[in-house]
Design a binder for this molecule. Structure first.
Ligand SMILES: *Cc1c(COP(=O)(O)O)cnc(C)c1O
Length: 387
């Protein structure tokens, strides 16, 4: 039973500024709503210039960007791809679609992100890619992964779905891998409803990426006036983001700084509150924070997230599944929606059916985060809703 008349959702999509203006301009001025137009180019340029990324391709989702990556690397049945178990289904499904076998890596003991020190043991002659997932925009140790990639000659892919505007040793996430995939799903820091982007940092892959992006054709070259007819050149699919969504996305990118700043303040408030620094609260109302605190009382020792990343998530870590579920129930009664996160992929129904030998792998850290992690509401307009 929800007693709070103004429930607090876990996430709420928001407008940052000129979304409608730019969408109207796509319709009335540019008069182009399919993909690869004015706003697509503006968004791609934004990333290429601001973060030093290789060639960027806006796509309909991060899932699609990862599927492009699997096509681009010619993943075949029998190939193996190394991926953390504690991640979203798409990180693995994109490669399973091409017949790859997934080799799962455990999380670190003190953080949900992948344990880089466990990757090398999984490499063999069938390994065709290593997928680094930056959980909560907290960077994987890219020096370790890049060295492994070089040493064994295996492409490195970053699933940077949550990692916009986040850095490892001063260099932007998304600029380390041969390929990187971003998400602009409404639950991410910057969004356009559904959307994504493939970054191609390896120059040898750019030409084919453009063909795969354009449904297996060289239509993009025709648009540039390089050829006078286009045709079917390679495998591909319908990966382009519509200009309407690119217009929405560009308005958000223009406000990246303020959006990130606001999320940072919310994140810091949570961190301050749960570590007893009540005097440092900036934007979240005290009654809201108090009702969170009430809900974890007598539920054992609760750890809080310490690595901020790009302030994509703020999580609590309980001692047991039962304590976490009880907390979810109590918060729901107060009208606050808090949610758990991934379910270990090595124990998923799909893997049990198709890679049964993987099912028996022992990945205790991934299982612990599956059972014990709880994410608190964190979105642009949260402070207004909690008032
Ligand atoms: C959100 C997310 C995805 C999927 O993104 P979509 O744009 O919804 O396809 C993939 N990987 C990770 C790690 C994610 O967080």
């Amino acid at each position: 039973m929800i007693t709070n008349p103004h429930p607090i959702p876990f996430n709420q999509p928001f407008l940052a500024g000129k979304e409608f203006e730019y969408m109207e301009s796509a319709i009335r001025k540019e008069k182009k709503l399919s993909g690869n137009g004015h706003f697509t180019r503006l968004c791609q340029q934004f990333f290429e210039e601001k973060y030093g990324f290789g060639k960027c391709f806006l796509s309909t989702s991060c899932t699609d960007a990862l599927e492009m990556a699997a096509l681009l690397l010619d993943i075949q049945p029998g190939d193996e791809v190394i991926i953390p178990s504690y991640t979203f289904v798409s990180s693995a499904n994109s490669f399973a679609l091409r017949g790859a076998k997934i080799r799962f890596v455990d999380s670190k003991s003190d953080f949900p992100g992948m344990d880089e020190s466990k990757v090398e043991a999984l490499i063999n002659e069938r390994t065709k890619a290593i997928v680094a997932v930056h959980y909560g925009g907290v960077p994987c140790a890219m020096d370790i992964l890049q060295n492994l990639s070089k040493k064994h000659g295996i492409p490195l892919i970053e699933d940077a779905a949550q990692a916009i505007d986040s850095f490892f040793e001063g260099k932007a996430l998304g600029s380390f891998g041969d390929l990187a995939a971003f998400s602009f799903h409404e639950t991410k820091n910057i969004h356009c409803g559904e959307g994504g982007m493939l970054v191609v940092n390896n120059p040898n892959l750019v030409k084919r990426a453009e063909v795969i992006w354009e449904k297996g054709t060289d239509r993009a070259a025709l648009f540039r006036g390089e050829i006078d007819k286009y045709g079917w050149k390679d495998l591909g699919s319908s990966f382009l983001l519509s200009e309407l969504q690119a217009a929405y996305l560009f308005a958000q990118l223009e406000n990246l700084k303020i959006i990130q700043f606001r999320r940072k303040m919310i994140w810091e408030d949570y961190a301050a509150w749960f570590s007893g620094r009540q005097d440092q609260i900036q934007v979240l109302p005290i009654p809201y924070l108090k009702s969170l605190e009430d809900s974890i009382k007598d539920l054992g020792k609760v750890e809080t997230q310490t690595q901020p990343g790009n302030h994509h998530v703020f999580y609590l870590l309980f001692e047991t599944l039962e304590y976490r579920q009880e907390c979810i129930r109590r918060l729901k009664e107060k009208g606050i929606l808090a949610v758990f996160h991934y379910q270990s992929l090595h124990k998923s129904e799909y893997i049990q059916k198709h890679q049964p030998e993987e099912y028996f792998r022992d990945l205790p850290n991934s299982d612990r985060f599956t059972d014990c992690l709880l994410r608190l509401p964190l979105f642009y307009e949260l402070p207004d809703l909690t008032k």
